[in-house]
Design a protein around this ligand. Structure first.
Ligand SMILES: [Zn+2]
Length: 305
């Protein structure tokens, strides 16, 4: 059995409400380890997340798939493919190299869905936590020289505040928001814009977080007995569970610490499975409070089927 953070990675099968829940790994990529861990020294984070010769750590782009009798719901879409068509002849190849995207990987999602005997056309709903390229890039693809929705039969859900941020990005986030990843969804009329915290679909609801970017939605799947929190960039890897371990990328570190505390307090109480989009070594974990609830640590870690 593999260990990580001195814990054994346990296999996990999960059903919540009407849904069977599956992790879908699309493609791995690399981001600067320093940027991923903000003020945390490298001697600490490199113990669990070693860097390559360019100081990048390995990251997964892991989506969540919910399957019921009449719904096939996808949460986030990975970073997609077709980089040259999307980002142009100069930035496209540079993009793949800069982020160490696995050679030859397509959008990754096609292969991942095929393992469940599904195609992109079977997806009924796509929930986008936010429109950064590594979350929404897989939502569009190039077809006959045009950018189109990858999941053409799906309703796509995004928070209005995030769509507005992505449409007119600030200087700090400009390199993460590209209109090619969401304009084709608007043009095809498949985007459903949400305003605030709410139930999106049966047993699936969102809370909002603004510390990483404006209008990120954290997704809760909860039937009262079992629950999953899709953490997106609120807690990108298991190593980010400790409250002060926040990313250099986060717009507002103090705010995201408060937002993490609120969600982790709830998750620890309910025994929620946290789901990590970017952790390369495990998909999920449970947490327990330490220091009288002033911080949290990993209690167990698992790999969702
Ligand atoms: Zn992000």
């Amino acid at each position: 059995m593999k260990t990580y953070h001195d814990l054994e990675v346990q296999p996990l099968d999960l059903e919540i409400g009407p849904y069977r829940i599956h992790a879908l790994s699309t493609t791995s990529f690399g981001l600067d380890g320093g940027a991923m861990f903000g003020t945390v020294p490298k001697v600490l984070w490199s113990r669990t997340n070693p860097a390559d010769d360019q100081n990048r750590i390995t990251m997964d782009c892991r989506c969540l798939l919910l399957i019921s009798k009449d719904k096939k719901i996808l949460i986030d879409t990975g970073l997609g493919g077709d980089f040259e068509d999307k980002y142009g002849p100069k930035l496209g190849p540079a993009f793949a190299e800069m982020y160490a995207v696995e050679a030859g990987s397509d959008s990754g999602i096609v292969t991942a869905l095929a393992k469940h005997n599904l195609s992109t056309d079977d997806i009924t709903d796509v929930i986008l936590t936010h429109l950064h390229f590594d979350h929404a890039g897989g939502a569009t693809k190039s077809e006959n020289g045009q950018l189109v929705p990858t999941f053409k039969n799906a309703t796509h859900y995004i928070q209005r505040e995030n769509l507005e941020t992505a449409t007119s990005p600030n200087l700090r986030e400009k390199a993460s928001y590209y209109s090619c990843n969401f304009k084709p969804l608007e043009e095809a009329g498949v985007l459903k814009i949400l305003d605030g915290e709410q139930e999106i679909l049966p047993y699936v609801s969102c809370t909002l977080s603004h510390g990483h970017t404006r209008g990120q939605q954290n997704i809760w799947i909860d039937d009262g007995k079992s629950s999953v929190l899709y953490c997106a960039d609120l807690i990108p890897t298991a190593t980010h569970v400790r409250l002060p371990w926040v990313m250099g990328y986060d717009l507002n570190p103090l705010l995201i610490i408060e937002e993490k505390k609120k969600e982790l307090t709830k998750a620890a109480k309910k025994g929620t499975h946290l789901f990590f989009e970017h952790d390369p070594y495990c998909s999920s974990a449970k947490v327990t409070p330490i220091k009288d609830g002033a911080d949290f640590r990993l209690e167990s870690i698992s790999q969702l089927s």
